[in-house]
Design a protein. Sequence first.
Length: 142
Amino acid sequence: MKYYIETYGCQMNVSDSELISSILNSAGYTAAKDIDEADLLLFNTCSVREHAEQRVLGRISNERHRKKSNPKLKIILLGCMAQRIGQRLLSEDSGIDYVVGVDQYRALPAILEGAPSALLDLIPVRSMKSSCPSIRISAVDL
């Protein structure tokens, strides 16, 4: 399975994206060279300003169409924004499959393998099949 990470926010988020890539690579996933070949879209976010949050949500909304052509595709919101407003986003039809807070990155492989959400303290929205691997980090300045 291939994954693609977009990083929004501060230098800490760039570091977290590198950690997430390392975790996924160790679990056998591969980074996609291009978003079009990804089975997993990860949006690592910052929650400092409302404008930044709106920008991320707009980006996720723009990528929802990919689920039609790739039914295995999963969209995961990571980071402090996920922690802060993830519950609300999951109750809406946002297209997000999982929200993962900053202390839950190491659980990503288990999430993707379908571990029970109660065990992981995560909130799955849908159970779609997905695949992802390698490392691609795209930093976006806010």
